[in-house]
Design a protein around this ligand. Structure first.
Ligand SMILES: [Zn+2]
Length: 93
């Protein structure tokens, strides 16, 4: 059973809206709010956080693309897109 827990917040680094998704390890991961389709790829350059809080190495296909081609839907970790990721990493887990 997938329990999707998240809370909405704002990035202290760039001021953009983010969502905190809770992982099975009870850690919160900051992600961009939009859902994104991905295709699993162990050698992929992207990471995605799935709705059950699992980080998957993948190729991101993008929102509103051909979902039939995707392995699933997830969220892009915010540190991958934040222009102030360095500052942002200091936030406690
Ligand atoms: Zn940010």
């Amino acid at each position: 059973m997938i329990i999707f827990r998240f809370s909405v917040g704002t990035c202290k680094g760039c001021g953009k809206p983010i969502i905190w998704i809770q992982t099975p390890a009870k850690k919160s991961m900051p992600c961009d709010p939009g859902e994104t389709a991905y295709r699993k790829n162990p050698k992929g350059k992207d990471s995605i956080l799935t709705r059950n809080g699992e980080v998957v190495r993948c190729d991101i296909i993008g929102a509103f693309q051909n979902y039939s081609d995707a392995d699933g839907i997830g969220y892009v970790p915010h540190w991958a897109t934040c222009p102030n990721a360095d500052q942002f990493r200091r936030r406690k887990a």
